[in-house]
Design a protein around this ligand. Structure first.
Ligand SMILES: [Zn+2]
Ligand SMILES: [Zn+2]
Length: 448
């Protein structure tokens, strides 16, 4: 007959009660993060073997995400169960022997329960944003606004942009039902919301890839994204549409900072044939409506280009409630991977500056990964800082070191944009085969 203690087995499972909103707290196990979030059980992916931190993207076994308080609570429950079982076992041993005969010694034992350790109850914390993942339907709550889905690792930034753009559309619809002054105000507010929602979204997308890029001026944002990621997100739009959305963003800048009065800068940047310095800028309803749709297209392109570049690995993650497992555009990669540069399709030109007069060879649709180090800043004796040259690591999948033997310079063009044109550097490291069917080499880029 097993004792009560033995019957407990080696594992005691302690169910965690959801809070009033149906959430159970979670904590990122990554030492550098340890941030708190919540999920609703039985939404999202059924029994996901791994979870993702919405803040830092850390991926680990689901059962490493318990909070400190939950663990303390479970320990106290387990300890209570154990001591109770232990007392019951002792109770069954209770005995009392009467002293018998002239020299007998009576021994008795009585067990009293001490009540044991108190249960360490806890309550879940309040968080700022509740999200239902549009990919896997997980309900989760986070600090701030943006984050990765703890179940499927899809980033919620585009979902949040869409929601904000939808609000702006509703403001415009509302503007139709009110008087002129209020309608004008609503329109200006809708425009403001479109720009700030897009800026917030796009900055976050870039921040997830370790770049700090502002998007209130679309032209310079486009250049910076192209430089940093070899991605032209404006290729999602026709040229006229790109000009339109840039103009609308410039109008919002005037309205927000210059009381809507047209200045020099607007004339230079906005490509607006009707603009006269000193007059108030006019926004047409149709422009704002169009800008909302265009912002959504640009956002989608940026999101797909930077945060949803890998195919989902869902087959190993179980069933998705209410959706086919083949949902596209799910980013399911660990953050550590990104620092190694994104894989892009590019045309590579191998340039041979030899006296033999051989012509350059162009290889199209090559897979490359480009990893830039931040440029060194050096201060000369005149006290003027200058950006030094810097090494850029390139991994060319499908290439090999032999192909680069006579090559002095490399030109890489991705999506129509020149990404790199620089001499191959052999001082830092000679081109070497990567061992996975590619070649790794360095070029020396100069920064103006
Ligand atoms: Zn984390
Ligand atoms: Zn999800």
């Amino acid at each position: 007959m097993p004792t009560h203690v033995e019957r407990l087995g080696t594992r005691i499972s302690v169910p965690l009660e959801p809070d009033a909103d149906g959430f159970v707290g979670r904590e990122c196990p990554n030492e550098k993060c340890l941030k708190y979030f919540k999920v609703t059980p039985n939404t999202g992916i059924a029994n996901p073997p791994s979870s993702h931190c919405p803040y830092c993207g850390h991926t680990d076994d689901s059962d490493t995400f318990f909070t400190e308080e939950q663990i303390e609570f479970a320990k106290s429950i387990a300890f209570r169960q154990f001591t109770e079982a232990f007392h019951r076992d002792l109770n069954s041993l209770e005995f009392g022997h009467k002293a018998t005969g002239p020299f007998g010694i009576g021994i008795s034992m009585k067990v009293t329960s001490s009540g044991g350790e108190p249960i360490k109850y806890y309550s879940e914390r309040q968080l700022e944003t509740h999200v239902v993942c549009d990919q896997c339907t997980l309900r989760y709550a986070i600090y701030g606004v943006f984050g990765w889905c703890p179940d499927c690792a899809a980033h919620n930034s585009f979902q949040i942009l869409s929601k904000n753009l939808e609000l702006a559309r509703k403001q415009l619809t509302l503007a139709d039902t009110v008087d002129y002054d209020l309608a004008e105000h609503l329109e200006a507010d809708a425009l403001e919301n479109v720009v700030s929602a897009f800026d917030g979204f796009a900055r976050q997308v870039c921040a997830e890839r370790d770049a700090d890029i502002h998007f209130q001026n679309l032209g310079s944002a486009r250049r910076r994204v192209a430089e940093k990621f070899a991605l032209d997100f404006a290729d999602a739009l026709a040229v006229d549409d790109w000009i339109l959305i840039c103009r609308v963003f410039q109008k919002r800048h005037l309205i927000a900072h210059k009381m809507g009065v047209i200045d020099d800068e607007y004339i230079k940047k906005a490509n607006d044939a009707t603009a006269v310095i000193g007059r108030r800028v006019r926004t047409e309803r149709s422009e704002v409506t169009a800008a909302i749709d265009l912002a959504e297209k640009l956002g989608k392109r940026l999101f797909d280009g930077l945060l949803a570049v890998r195919a989902p690995a869902l087959s190993s993650q179980g069933v998705i409630h209410g959706k086919s497992a083949a949902t596209p555009h799910i980013a399911s990669f660990a953050k550590n991977d990104w620092n190694n540069g994104t894989e892009v399709m590019a045309d590579i030109t191998l340039i041979e500056n030899s006296s033999a007069g051989t012509s350059d060879s162009v290889l199209s649709a090559q897979k490359v990964q480009i990893e830039r180090t931040s440029p060194a800043v050096s201060t000369g004796i005149d006290g003027i800082s200058s950006m030094g040259n810097h090494l850029t690591k390139i991994e060319w999948h499908g290439g090999n070191a032999a192909a680069l033997k006579q090559i002095t310079d490399i030109r890489i063009v991705a999506q129509g944009l020149p990404v790199i044109e620089a001499p191959v550097n052999r001082f830092y490291e000679s081109p070497r085969d990567s061992g996975s069917g590619g070649v790794i080499f360095f070029v020396l880029e100069g920064v103006e």
